[in-house]
Design a protein around this ligand. Structure first.
Ligand code: ATP
Ligand code: MG
Length: 471
């Protein structure tokens, strides 16, 4: 164990220091005796100098020895070691959100810091109220079966306790079965405010008595572990919530699709006069149904794309895609819409090879959503500039417009599902707030990044960074 090893090392260093002292003292005495025996006057000064030097060296060694072995320095050293271990525990616990990793590393550090025989952590199942094994370090669960059973009640006690630490010395009279292996046991409750999370049981080695300061350190470690466990629980809850949301979106959009398709096809059949000629008013009403059904169908389609991206169900079969070509095709597709709104749209391709490894469908949805937003949020007579260029090993797709912009305070939320900026709503532009969420999901699916720069009333620039396909 690390603590024992450190103790052995400092003992060795102490013995070595002592040996040095003995050797030096013998040399000194020898020197004095030699001086007396020879009583040679002309080398007297040399001997005297040697004597002073040796004496000084002896004093230095002695002070060093006394300082290193003073109880106060030992305490400082031990405290520094404990503090170091405590910091390591915090670092490790904060470095992960995986529950098992947190428990394993916490148990290992406790065993190392306290130099105890072993440590086990149990967590309280809030639903069943039972204690469930989390991890066990340093002791074989089989060999310690009796001990673990014997301390079960202590776990319960520890979990419901408000006290930071419960100490129980296990002597023959209390737990005869345990005496062979363990002599003391400490139960640190894992609590976060009013929430019981479980308990840590620390098994002291034979003859080991843990100091009050060590118990207080273990209690603080318990607080750190509790916090990390609570974070891991929250992370688990969020993951489940995310999965439930995705499942709901998938099911809802899927279920909505078929009745919507029927409405669209009935409206089209009526409009095309297959069931007899319609009057002007009837035509107008059915056209409205058709338009609304189409809008609804787009929303449902967006939801489905988003949910599929989340669940990674979309058939993402990566292939080499020429991003420049894809961009050109889509800009052409939007040209008419831009012209209708008297918007000047220019594309500058400043890169030779803009190949990206990914899904053509995903990349297209990035381009179309960004261009359609730029057109939608740019007033008549405005300008849209698209640039494709290279930066290091990435290709950059930049789209700038001279539109309504996004208020500063709302910019960080634009990629969230269903978010629409306040100025977009007041400009009575219709939308669901799903387009940019789809863009972000697609960019991330391609291991890329997206950022936005915008000034309200002046315009917006979106920049997408994608890794270039290796040639
Ligand atoms: N080019 C832009 N200029 C100004 N605001 C923009 C621009 N692009 C996006 N936004 C803001 O970001 C919000 C979210 O955009 P997003 O594309 O997700 O939704 P939407 O356009 O409102 O609806 P839809 O889901 O139909 O695309 C918009 O409502 C708008 O407030
Ligand atoms: Mg949009």
């Amino acid at each position: 164990m690390a603590v024992n090893r450190k103790r052995d090392e400092s003992l060795k260093a102490g013995i070595l220091n002592l040996l040095w002292l003995v050797v030096l003292s013998i040399c000194l005495v020898g020197l004095v005796v030699l001086c007396k025996v020879l009583s040679v006057s002309h080398i007297h000064i040399v001997f005297r100098a040697l004597l002073i030097l040796s004496l000084s060296f002896l004093i230095i060694l002695l002070t060093n020895f006394l300082f290193k072995n003073s109880p106060r320095v030992k305490i400082y050293r031990r405290q520094a070691g404990q503090f170091h271990a405590f910091c390591r525990a915090i670092k490790q616990a904060a470095g992960t959100l995986e529950l098992q990793e947190i428990l394993d590393s916490a148990a290992k550090i406790i065993v190392e810091v306290a130099g105890v025989r072993g440590c086990s952590i149990k967590l309280l199942d809030s639903k069943s109220g039972e204690m469930k094994a989390g991890t066990i370090v340093g002791i074989e669960p089989e060999s310690m079966g009796v001990a673990l059973n014997a301390v079960e009640s202590l776990y319960q006690q520890g979990t419901s306790s408000r006290e930071p630490v419960i100490v129980q010395d296990i002597f023959m009279r209390d737990f005869p079965a345990v005496n062979e292996e363990v002599e003391s046991l400490i139960c640190v409750p894992l609590r976060l405010e009013d929430m019981n999370l479980g308990a840590i049981c620390i098994f002291g080695a034979r003859g080991q008595k843990l100091s009050a300061e060590m118990i207080s350190l273990l209690s603080s470690l318990g607080d750190v572990v509790s916090l990390s466990i609570a974070h891991a629980f929250m992370y688990e809850d969020l993951k489940i919530l995310g999965e439930t949301k995705t499942k709901f979106m998938l099911e809802a959009s899927h279920e909505l699709r078929s009745p919507l398709n029927s409405i669209q096809s009935i409206a089209r059949t009526l409009l095309e006069g297959h069931l007899g000629e319609l009057g002007e008013k009837q035509k107008e009403m059915i056209s409205r149904i058709d338009i609304r059904a189409n809008m609804l169908s787009e929303i449902v389609g967006d939801l489905l794309v988003l949910a599929m991206g989340r669940a990674e169900l979309s058939a993402f079969k990566p292939k080499r895609v020429d991003f420049a070509k894809l961009l050109q095709e889509n800009v052409k597709f939007f040209e008419n819409r831009a012209e209708e709104r008297e918007i000047d749209m220019e594309l500058y391709t400043l890169i030779q090879d803009a190949s990206v490894y990914g899904s053509e469908e995903g990349l297209r949805s990035i381009i179309t959503n960004l261009i359609s937003n730029a057109i939608k949020y740019t007033p008549r007579g405005g300008r849209i500039t698209l640039r494709l260029f290279e930066s290091k090993d990435q290709i950059v797709f930049e789209i700038s417009d001279t539109g309504i912009g996004i208020p500063k305070a709302e910019q960080e939320r634009v990629f969230r599902e269903f978010f629409r900026a306040s100025n977009a709503k007041t400009a009575s532009k219709t939308g669901t707030g799903l387009g940019l969420a789809i863009v972000k999901a697609a960019v991330e699916q391609h291991s890329g990044t997206i950022n936005v720069e915008s000034e309200e009333g002046k315009g917006t620039t979106f920049r997408i960074f994608l890794n270039k396909a290796k040639s």
